[in-house]
Structures are given as structure tokens and as C-alpha cells.
Design a protein around this ligand. Structure first.
Ligand SMILES: Nc1ncnc2c1ncn2[C@@H]1O[C@H](COP(=O)(O)OP(=O)(O)OP(=O)(O)O)[C@@H](O)[C@H]1O
Length: 531
């Protein structure tokens, strides 16, 4: 067999953010068509390494990097991501970079080169009018077909469920004919299991065509399934680089976290709950990609109630509707008092809080420091963290800092200090800040959606254990929605499965997963699958 050429080389690459060293002397080679799995705890430096390869502004604006990046043996010094795109590097970031008011086709075909030197989006709109629409739809359809997914090329991005957005981003990268290296930063985090399978197949297909892939994921099973090699980062050091056929998930985890992983504690099955705390009747919610049609259920005080289901079926819409973030109707009672729907203050002021699945959109004040973010809702809703000086109410900065320090320690939030800006944190650590913010309001009822999305295996346990701890210590009732059934089963008392905007069934969490699977697919669809 022909020896594969080395496409990308990192030689002694290092990076610090104002003295905080996050990458140290990284040496790595990626060959044509090779699939590299890149793993590491939240904040280990994975995204930073990719941002260097992709020539992103943030790297230059923070003093550049040390060492060399080479493509086919020649050193490159990208001035912007457009140079990286020209050199054949494509990247799908953790956070979406699609244009919401445009369709899938427009986003796929008018890829980022068309937007050269950015802020041309307005002019871009003009250009579209002059273009042969049929032709571009054909091109988009071809890219979508390549991915092997069902996706409407005419759907507006703003109306898509997250999974579809993810596929649109990937389709955009493969539509470009010169792509040689594709970096995927946690592409499966927002996908359901079946969508993730499709993506893994696509990755293999692309590699056969000679495209090299750097695949960042916290799901180790995915690494073992598709990657040729796994590269482990810990605290900015490349500590292992090994063929996947020569290792296993347990070993990789131990390299990642540098300690052995304990098993999550089992939930006590015999707990009895009597009092109803939340009563939902005929709820409908109009949320893009997450239509809730007619949902009724009750949650008991002190319970951890799971909500599962396939993507786009409505499991995420329920909390968004009750919290007043999307248009909703029906009747929802909390402790026998009716929550005013379509009013975001109503549920919050009654002692209910929400950790959204959309941490960038509604979760964080990105330019503010961590400590203010954590205290923010408690200040707004409960007037906490305020002191009176000569009759004036002032922010109690010391209390705000102390509270943040407590959560930084408890949730192991990796940061320089509580004064660091939220936007500078890694994705997983931002998620932990969102949780700390909700806990700080000491809610009686807490909705959490996809709480471990983008979180590494070690941190996942911390987050789930913390939810259980709050539930047990303070009696906080928790309603958790997640795409990962096993995660729901490990924390919940009961689980409701939502299908086509309705509750398909509610079962004790310990019920066999097959029963949940049947509810998710609906018996009819299941018969089709079995045939
Ligand atoms: N713009 C920035 N300014 C200051 N520090 C930053 C900036 N971007 C990242 N960092 C720091 O660099 C470290 C590495 O972050 P990075 O995003 O690379 O981690 P990661 O391994 O991708 O984590 P995750 O799995 O949570 O996404 C973190 O400690 C983060 O706080």
C-alpha cells in the first residue's frame, strides 16, 4: 500500500493567555485520511489547539502562539480563518456559526469564503438574488446526501432543531472541494444516538476519500469506533498518542483525568413521594424545532423527574415553555398556584429556575466575570448579594466572590480566578457556571436541560452527583431533560418519554432501557425497524 503523506504537523506548539499556560510543547502529525480522536478534560486545551490550526483571531489578539504549524511540511502562518480555508482546512466549532435567517442551502453553498472578510452578510443577501437557485439547491442536496441524513434544504436555520444545524455545518464544510483536513469540535454533543451513528459513518467515508479528520468528543465509545489514533491532552500537555486498537475506554479515561474513575452512586429506589409540586395540563409550546403539542404530567415534591425522547420531539420545549422563553399555552401549576405562561418573570419569582440547553444564548453574560454571572439571577430575582449603605443598595462584591469561589471548588470549574470573563472559559466550564448560577438562587424546583452536554466523563459525574446532592440535602425538586437515556436512568426516579410533542409514557427509571426505546420510537415505527 502507498505510504500516506503527512498533511499537518505541529512542532513544539505552545500557547498562553496572559501568562496562563494552556498548551505546552505539543508535537503531532496527522496523515492524509487519518482520523485522530482528540480527548481531554474540560479546559485541557483541545479547542485552543484547534483555534491555532485554524488561524483564529482570538489567538493573534492574545499574543499568538509558540512553535510551528506545517501543512505538507511547509510552515504556515494564517492571518485569518480564510487563509486556513484556502489551505483546505475546514472546522466545525462547538458553537454554531450559521446565519439564522438563511436556509440550509444558502448556508451550505455560500460557505465562509463567500463571506470573505466578514460583515458582508447584507451584500450577501443581494448576491443570492442573482444566483441560479436551482443549481445551488442541487449542490446543497448533494452535500446533504453525502452525509446520509434527511434534511430539508429549504428550511431556515432559525427554525431547525440543533441536530439539523450540526449537519448543515458539516455539509457546508464538505461542500468545499478543496477540504483536506476537517476539524470537528464535539459534533455529536447535540446529536441523538442515531444521528451520531450517521455522523460516524460519514466521518469514515470522508477519511476513505483522503480527508484527514480531527475529531473532538467526550464520548469515548465514538473514538474507539472510528478513530485510527487517540491523542490525550491533560493540562495543556500531550500525554498520550496511541492507536485506538491498542487501548480501551478505561485506560483513556485514566490518562485524561490522571486518576481512577469511581462509579456513580445508585439512586435509592424505595423513596416515596406524595405531595404534587408541579402540575402540567395540556401544555403546548411553540419553539423552533421542538414543538410541544399536548403535554400533561405531575411531578412530586423531592423527586428527580427525567424527560427523554429523540431530538425535536418536544423534550426540550417543555421547560422553555414553562419558563416563559417561548410562546406557550395550557395550564401549569406550581404548589397549586398557576404560573403565568409567556412571562419569564412568573416562574422565576415563584422559586423555579432553569439551566438551559443553550448556554451561549440564554445562559451567560459572556463579557462579565464568572462571579457576577453566578450571582446574577439571585440578584435580579431575590435581591441577594446587595448591602445597604446610607440607604443605597449596593452590590456586595465580597459575598459575590465568596459564593463563586465555593462553586469553583465544588464543581471544579477550571479558571484563573473568579474574576475571569465567562467567554474565556472552555465550553464545559461555562456549563458548570450555568449550573452554579441556578444553584445560587436556591430554587425549590430546578429545570435542567442537557446538563452534561460538552462535559468530560469526570466532570459529568461531578455535575450529576451535585444535582443529586442538592436534591437530597435541600429537597430541591429537579426536572431533567437529556438525550442520553443512561444519564437519565442514573439520576431520575421516574422518566417521561416525549414523542411527537406528547408524553408517550412515564416509567420508573429502573425499567429496562428497551421499554424506553419502544416509547421513543412508537410501537409502529419499531415494527418497521424490526422488519
Ligand atoms: N480567550 C481566552 N482568554 C483567556 N483564557 C482562555 C481563552 N480561551 C481559552 N482560555 C483558557 O484556556 C484553557 C483551555 O481551554 P480550551 O477551550 O482549549 O479547553 P477544551 O479542552 O477545549 O475544553 P472543553 O472540553 O470544556 O471544551 C481554559 O483554561 C480556558 O479558560
Amino acid at each position: 500500500m502507498k505510504e500516506k503523506k503527512t498533511l499537518l504537523t505541529l512542532e513544539g506548539v505552545s500557547k498562553d493567555f496572559f501568562g496562563n499556560v494552556v498548551l505546552k510543547n505539543i508535537n503531532l502529525e496527522v496523515k492524509e485520511g487519518e482520523i485522530i480522536g482528540l480527548v481531554g478534560e474540560n479546559g485541557a486545551g483541545k479547542s485552543t489547539m484547534m483555534k491555532i490550526i485554524f488561524g483564529m483571531d482570538v489567538i493573534r489578539e492574545t499574543g499568538g502562539y509558540g512553535g510551528k504549524v506545517k501543512i505538507y511540511g511547509k510552515e504556515v502562518n494564517f492571518k485569518s480563518p480564510f487563509d486556513a480555508l484556502d489551505a483546505g482546512i475546514g472546522m466545525v466549532h462547538q458553537e454554531f456559526s450559521l446565519i439564522p435567517g438563511f436556509t440550509a442551502t444558502e448556508n451550505i453553498v455560500f460557505n465562509r469564503e463567500s463571506l470573505k472578510k466578514s460583515y458582508l452578510v447584507d451584500i450577501f443577501g443581494e448576491r443570492i438574488k442573482q444566483i441560479d437557485r436551482e443549481k445551488i439547491i442541487e449542490r446543497a442536496k448533494k452535500a446533504i446526501k453525502e452525509l446520509g441524513v434527511v434534511l430539508d434544504p429549504n428550511m431556515l436555520v432559525s427554525e431547525m432543531p440543533v441536530g439539523h444545524k450540526q449537519f448543515t455545518e458539516i455539509a457546508r464544510e464538505i461542500e468545499r472541494s478543496n477540504t483536506k483536513l476537517l476539524v470537528l469540535d464535539e459534533p455529536t454533543a447535540v446529536l441523538t444516538e442515531s444521528e451520531a451513528k450517521v455522523l460516524l459513518k460519514t466521518i469514515k467515508k470522508l477519511s476513505k476519500q483522503g480527508i484527514a479528520i480531527i475529531f473532538i468528543t467526550h464520548r469515548l465509545a465514538e473514538i474507539l469506533e472510528v478513530c485510527d489514533k487517540v491523542v490525550v491532552l491533560r493540562d495543556g500537555n500531550l500525554i498520550q498518542e496511541v492507536e485506538t486498537s491498542k487501548t480501551n475506554a478505561k485506560e483513556i479515561t485514566e490518562w485524561m483525568i490522571g486518576r481512577k474513575l469511581e462509579k456513580a452512586e445508585e439512586r435509592d429506589e424505595n423513596k416515596k413521594f406524595n405531595e404534587t409540586i408541579l402540575k402540567v395540563e395540556k401544555l403546548w409550546v411553540d419553539m423552533p424545532g421542538e414543538t410541544v403539542r399536548d403535554v400533561s404530567f405531575e411531578v412530586k415534591k423531592g423527586e428527580i423527574f427525567g424527560i427523554g425522547g429523540l431530538a425535536g420531539q418536544g423534550k426540550l420545549g417543555i421547560a422553555n415553555g414553562i419558563m416563559g422563553l417561548h410562546a406557550a399555552g395550557g395550564k401549569v401549576e406550581f404548589k397549586e398556584k398557576e404560573i403565568e405562561l409567556n412571562n419569564p418573570k412568573s416562574a422565576l419569582s415563584m422559586g423555579i429556575n432553569f439551566v438551559s440547553e443553550d448556554r451561549r444564548g440564554v445562559g451567560l453574560l459572556l463579557d462579565e466575570p464568572i462571579d457576577f454571572n453566578i450571582a446574577f439571577t439571585a440578584i435580579q430575582v431575590k435581591n441577594d448579594f446587595l448591602t445597604k449603605v446610607f440607604g443605597l443598595r449596593l452590590r456586595d462584591d465580597e459575598a459575590i466572590s465568596k459564593n463563586a469561589q465555593k462553586y469553583i471548588e465544588k464543581l471544579e470549574i477550571r479558571c484563573v480566578s473568579e474574576k475571569q470573563k465567562a467567554k474565556e472559559l472552555s465550553g464545559g466550564n461555562q456549563q458548570k457556571v450555568c449550573l452554579a448560577k441556578a444553584f445560587t438562587t436556591e430554587p425549590e424546583l430546578l429545570f435542567v436541560s442537557e446538563p452534561t452536554r460538552g462535559i468530560d466523563v469526570g466532570a459529568k459525574k461531578i455535575v450529576l452527583d451535585t444535582l443529586k446532592e442538592y436534591n437530597e440535602k435541600y429537597g430541591t425538586t429537579i426536572v431533567i431533560s437529556s438525550s442520553e437515556l443512561e444519564e437519565l436512568r442514573s439520576v431520575s426516579d421516574r422518566i417521561a418519554i416525549v414523542s411527537e410533542g406528547k408524553i408517550a409514557g412515564i416509567l420508573p427509571a429502573k425499567t429496562d432501557s428497551v421499554e424506553f426505546g419502544k416509547l421513543m420510537l412508537g410501537e409502529k415505527d419499531l415494527e418497521k425497524v424490526e422488519k
